[in-house]
Unconditional design. Structure first.
Length: 101
């Protein structure tokens, strides 16, 4: 994977609801849930996606809020793989939470 140029990364992130660029190397997305159990179930689904893609996010859990941070270490910043991961996480969120479909 090749590190994305800043403008390309910013444009791609702008198309991902709930995601923002944190700095030169990281992007972050946050998800809110009705219960702690829903948040933990989502994290389990994130883990399955991350394993399948062999691309693992930093995961923060604060009761009913899950925060994911992405970077591609071997590329030294954001790549298309980060964008694809974020898209997959957003899709799981939309389809797994009642009323988000």
């Amino acid at each position: 994977m090749v590190k994305m140029q800043a403008e390309a990364a910013d444009e791609a992130i702008a198309a991902l609801p709930g995601w923002s660029r944190q700095d030169e190397k990281w992007m972050q997305g946050s998800y809110r849930f009705g219960t702690f159990v829903e948040a933990i179930a989502f994290v389990g689904k994130v883990a399955d996606i991350a394993e399948a893609m062999n691309h693992h996010p930093f995961i923060g859990i604060d009761y009913k809020k899950v925060t994911l941070r992405l970077t591609t270490w071997h590329a030294g910043g954001l790549t298309e793989l980060d964008m694809q991961s974020a898209e997959r996480y957003n899709e799981v969120y939309r389809t797994s939470i009642p009323g988000n479909g």
